[in-house]
Design a protein around this ligand. Structure first.
Ligand code: FAD
Length: 591
C-alpha cells in the first residue's frame, strides 16, 4: 500500500504492530467477519458445558447466590465505601477468589465459563464486590497464572487463590491511561545484575493500596529501544521504597472498592520477580485484560438482569392515567430492548468464555467487543430502569441511582470504550489490509467479493430469514471495509468516525452470530419448557432484527454523514481556551 503517513504515525503503527501482532498471525471468527467469512464451526453449535462440569458450576452458583443474599449488603458497602473483611473472607472460603486456578496451586480448577456464571451472580448483587473480585482474580493474579514460572506459581499462588492474600494489577499512571504503552515507571538494573530498582507512580489501582501482591508494569532498558520496553514484575508492599499515597480514593461509583495511588522510590525488586519475558510486559497486560473484559461481560449481564426484573415489577404495579405503566408502549419498548440486549450480552459472554476454555490462541477482539457492548447496554438499561421508576428511582432508598453510578465505570475501566472501538476496527482492517494488494490487483476478486455472501448454516426453518439477513450484512460489511481501505489506505488509522462505525458493525455482527447460534440450539434441542422457550425465541429474534437495523444505519452513514461538519465544529470549539481556573482543582500533573 502507498504511504502518506507522518513519521510519528509510522512509529505508532510500528509500536502497535509489535505489541499486538508479533508472532504468527492468528485467525479467528471475528477477524474472518472482516473478510466476509462466517466461520460456522467456531460459533455453531452454541457451547455447552459437559454435564458434570455444569453441575459442579451450578453448585458454586447456588452457594454464591446464598452468600450474596445473606452476607453481602450492597447498600452498606456503598455508603461506607468499604467491603467488609467478612465478605472477603467468605468469598475466599467459598473458593471464588481462586476459582479458575488449578488445584495444585490452591485454586478450584473451574473453567472460565463457570467463573463467569458466578461473576454474573455477584455482578447482579453488588458491583463493588464484583469489581473487587475482578481486580483480584480476573486480572490481579492472572498474570502469575498465565506467565508465571512453575517456581513463581509455587511461591506466590496458594495464599492468593485461597483469598488469604489479595492481588492487584497496576498498569495505569498519570501519563499512561488509554495510552498504556506510555508507562513512565522505570526499573533500572542493579550493578550486580541480581535485581532492579523501580521508581515511579501508579494511580487508580483497584486493591492497589490493600493488596499483598501486585503485578506492576515498569520500563526496563532495551538495546534496540532508547526509551526501553515494558516488563511485568511481581512486587509486594513490604519492599522498601513502596509507598501508598492513598489507599481509598473517594469516587462516584463502585465505592466499596479500594482504588489506590502508590509511589515507588528506588524500590529493590529481585530478578526472580520478573513475570513473563523481559520487555514483554504490555503483552502480559493485554492478555490479562482479555480475561478481565470477559468477566466485565458477565458482571454487566448480571446487573442488567437485576434491572430488567425491577423494570417489569414497577411496570406491572405502578398505575398512572388509570393504566399500569406496562400498558404504555414507550415503557414496553424499554423493557423489550433491555431483554433483547441482555439476551445478546449473555450469549456473547458465554461464547467468549467458551472460546477461552477451548484453548483458542486469540480472542482479544472478541473480549473487547463483549466489554464495549455489555458496558454500553448496561449503562442504557440502568438509565431506562431509573426512568421507569420515575422520581422514586432517583432516591437513595432504591438501588437504581447506585447502580447507575456503579455501571459508569465499566465504560472506562480496562480500556475506554471509544479506544476499544477503534482497536476492534484497526485489528480487523489490518487483517484485510495485508491481502489488499492481491485483492485490488485482480478485478475478478473484487467482483467475486461483491457477489458472494457467506453461507450461514440453517438448522431450523425459523432461522432462515435471520440467516439470510446475517449473511447479507456480513458481505456488505466486508465490502465497506474494502472501500475504507481503498479510499484511505494506511491513513485509515486516523479516520475514527469510520473506525467507530466499522467497529460497531463488527461488534453487533459478533453479538448476532452468538445469538443466532444460541437460538438455533434452542430450536433444535432446547430443553427449556414453554412458555419460556417461546419468550426466549422472540426476545433473541428481536435482538437480531434490531441489531440488523442499527447496522444498516451505520453502513449507510459510512456513505452519507456529517463527519466533515462535525470535525469543523469541534475544531472551532477546541480553539477556545475558556477560563482554565475552574478545572484546576486538585492534581493537574497528568496532562
Ligand atoms: C475506579 C477505577 C478503577 C481502576 N482500576 C484500575 C486497575 O486496577 N489497574 C489499572 O492499571 N488501571 C485501573 N484503572 C484505570 C483505567 O484502566 C483507566 O482509567 C482507563 O484505561 C482509561 O484511562 P484514563 O482514565 O487515563 O483516560 P484517558 O486516557 O485520559 O482518556 C479519557 C477519554 O478520552 C477518550 N480517548 C482517549 N484516547 C482516545 C483515542 N485514542 N481515541 C478516541 N478517544 C480517546 C476516551 O473517551 C477516554 O475515556 C481504574 C480506573 C478507575 C476509574
Amino acid at each position: 500500500m502507498s504511504s502518506a503517513l507522518t513519521d510519528v504515525q509510522k512509529k505508532q503503527i510500528q509500536q502497535v504492530e509489535e505489541l499486538l501482532f508479533s508472532g504468527p498471525e492468528k485467525e479467528g471468527f471475528v477477524k474472518d467477519l472482516f473478510f466476509g467469512k462466517f466461520r460456522s464451526e467456531s460459533i455453531i453449535p452454541f457451547p455447552e458445558l459437559p454435564e458434570a462440569n455444569r453441575l459442579r458450576g451450578q453448585q458454586m452458583v447456588d452457594q454464591t447466590k446464598t452468600f450474596c443474599r445473606e452476607q453481602i449488603d450492597p447498600v452498606d458497602i456503598d455508603v461506607n465505601a468499604r467491603i467488609p473483611d467478612s465478605v472477603v473472607k467468605g468469598l475466599g472460603d467459598l473458593g471464588v477468589l481462586g476459582m479458575t486456578i488449578q488445584p495444585q496451586y490452591g485454586g478450584q480448577g473451574f473453567s472460565q465459563t463457570n467463573y463467569c456464571r458466578v461473576m454474573e451472580i455477584i455482578g447482579g448483587h453488588c458491583a463493588s464486590t464484583a469489581v473487587f473480585v475482578n481486580a483480584h482474580h480476573s486480572i490481579g493474579l492472572r498474570g502469575l497464572e498465565l506467565f508465571g514460572t512453575e517456581e513463581q506459581k509455587r511461591e506466590w499462588m496458594k495464599p492468593l487463590a485461597g483469598g488469604d492474600k489479595l492481588a492487584a494489577f497496576a498498569l495505569t499512571e498519570p501519563l499512561a491511561g488509554s495510552d498504556a504503552a506510555n508507562v513512565r515507571t522505570r526499573a533500572e538494573p542493579t550493578e550486580d545484575g541480581k535485581g532492579f530498582r523501580i521508581t515511579g507512580e501508579k494511580r487508580w489501582i483497584t486493591n492497589g493500596g490493600i493488596a499483598d501482591v501486585i503485578t506492576l508494569m515498569a520500563r526496563t532498558p532495551d538495546e534496540a529501544e532508547p526509551d526501553g520496553k515494558i516488563t511485568a514484575f511481581l512486587v509486594t508492599p513490604d519492599m522498601p521504597g513502596f509507598k501508598v499515597i492513598e489507599a481509598r480514593m473517594e469516587k462516584c461509583g463502585i465505592r466499596g472498592t479500594a482504588t489506590g495511588r502508590m509511589e515507588f522510590h528506588d524500590m529493590y525488586v529481585p530478578r526472580e520477580n520478573i513475570l513473563g519475558p523481559m520487555g514483554k510486559g504490555l503483552r502480559v497486560a493485554l492478555t490479562v485484560l482479555d480475561y478481565g473484559r470477559t468477566t466485565f461481560g458477565a458482571c454487566c449481564t448480571g446487573a442488567a438482569k437485576f434491572c430488567l426484573e425491577r423494570m417489569v415489577y414497577r411496570a406491572n404495579h405502578r398505575r398512572q392515567f388509570t393504566k399500569t405503566l406496562g400498558e404504555f408502549q414507550l415503557v414496553q419498548d424499554k423493557i423489550a430492548q433491555a431483554a433483547a440486549d441482555i439476551y445478546a450480552m449473555e450469549s456473547a459472554t458465554y461464547h467468549t468464555a467458551a472460546l477461552i476454555d477451548s484453548g483458542a490462541d486469540d480472542y482479544m477482539v472478541e473480549t473487547a467487543m463483549l466489554k464495549v457492548f455489555a458496558s454500553d447496554q448496561l449503562w442504557r438499561i440502568t438509565n431506562d430502569c431509573l426512568q421507569i421508576w420515575g422520581g422514586k428511582g432517583f432516591f437513595t432508598d432504591q438501588p437504581f441511582e447506585r447502580m447507575m453510578r456503579d455501571a459508569r465505570l465499566n465504560q472506562i475501566g480496562e480500556g475506554a470504550n471509544d479506544v476499544l472501538r477503534c482497536f476492534i476496527a484497526a485489528v480487523g482492517i489490518r487483517h484485510v489490509g495485508r491481502d489488499m494488494e492481491a485483492i485490488t490487483r485482480n478485478p475478478l476478486t473484487v467482483y467475486k467479493m461483491l457477489r458472494t455472501r457467506p453461507k450461514i448454516p440453517i438448522k431450523h426453518e425459523h432461522m432462515r430469514f435471520h440467516a439470510r439477513n446475517l449473511g447479507k450484512q456480513i458481505a456488505k460489511f466486508s465490502w465497506a471495509v474494502e472501500v475504507a481501505l481503498i479510499k484511505h489506505r494506511e491513513a485509515v488509522i486516523d479516520q475514527q468516525y469510520i473506525q467507530a462505525r466499522l467497529g460497531d458493525v463488527a461488534t453487533e455482527l459478533y453479538m448476532s452470530s452468538c445469538v443466532y447460534s444460541r437460538l438455533t440450539a434452542l430450536l433444535v434441542n432446547g430443553t427449556i419448557p414453554e412458555p419460556d422457550k417461546q419468550r426466549d425465541l422472540t426476545t433473541g429474534m428481536l435482538y437480531l432484527r434490531s441489531a440488523h437495523m442499527r447496522n444498516q444505519r451505520r453502513l449507510e452513514e459510512l456513505k452519507t454523514n456529517l463527519d466533515d461538519e462535525s470535525v469543523e465544529v469541534a475544531a472551532a470549539w477546541l480553539a477556545d481556551s475558556f477560563d482554565e481556573n475552574w478545572v484546576l482543582k486538585g492534581d493537574d500533573s497528568d496532562v
